[in-house]
Design a protein around this ligand. Structure first.
Ligand code: SF4
Length: 115
């Protein structure tokens, strides 16, 4: 099976073609080794950094921006979003504060200071 994709590792945006034969993935179109690594990961274990907002319970109409500290499996993204939808924090909070220690294998951290 062949799969076409754009490498998003750098602005050059190489057009990659991954030829998947069982466990083997052959990548063409990459201008550097990072593209090969990206394509293989996309075909075998795609991961994403999830960014979202959570409610600030002690501030009127305020949301705090958060993200996963490390990428999570792509098929776990909705699970992460459902947990964050029910999550509230208390102000003040600073960048890097851990909101949740382990959601689908990653911590959730604050990305914007809330005074
Ligand atoms: S393959 Fe290399 S040069 Fe091409 S977009 Fe990816 S990182 Fe950039």
């Amino acid at each position: 099976m062949k799969r076409d994709m754009i490498c998003i590792i750098c602005p050059r945006g190489c057009s990659l073609c991954a030829d998947i034969q069982g466990e083997n993935v052959t990548v063409t179109g990459n201008a550097c080794p990072k593209g090969q690594e990206y394509a293989i990961n996309e075909c075998t274990n795609p991961v994403r950094t999830v960014t979202a907002t959570v409610r600030v319970s002690n501030r009127y109409n305020t949301m705090a921006s958060v993200k996963t500290l490390t990428p999570v499996a792509k098929d776990k993204m909705m699970e992460v979003m459902n947990i964050l939808r029910q999550t509230q924090i208390q102000a003040p909070a600073k960048i890097g504060d851990v909101v949740l220690a382990d959601v689908c294998g990653s911590a959730i951290v604050i990305t914007k200071e809330i005074l």
